[in-house]
Design a protein around this ligand. Sequence first.
Ligand SMILES: [Zn+2]
Length: 133
Amino acid sequence: MIIVLTSIIAIVVIVFILGVRPKDLPAPEPVSPFAHLDERKAAIYENLRDLQFEYRVGKLSDHDYQQTKQDLQKELAGVMAEVDRIKGELGVVAQVQTVKAKRPNTCPHCQASFDKPLKFCGECGKPMKAATA
Ligand SMILES: [Zn+2]
């Protein structure tokens, strides 16, 4: 009984590994190196908005507001610098433009390409403006 159980588990594990790997490995992460930076940028903007709101409502002191705002702006500048650095390193701008020219249904955010025009990217869900432009 134990042997049967063990071999069933072994088979299941093997099937799982063989079945999942080839499908999942090629495209688990979108190719875009900016995805996480874009997210951080969006988060910082959101924090700035919240901060401004709380300040206007009177929840924050002048000093706290200025301090937090400065911190957020510093972080934002860091993210922007990181984006520029990666762009420079990879020459992504040129790359993206060739990809766009070659494949009209390529997502401008994650570079996933599709056979037909889509309103929203099937990979990252962002609007595919490049497809209609
Ligand atoms: Zn996408």
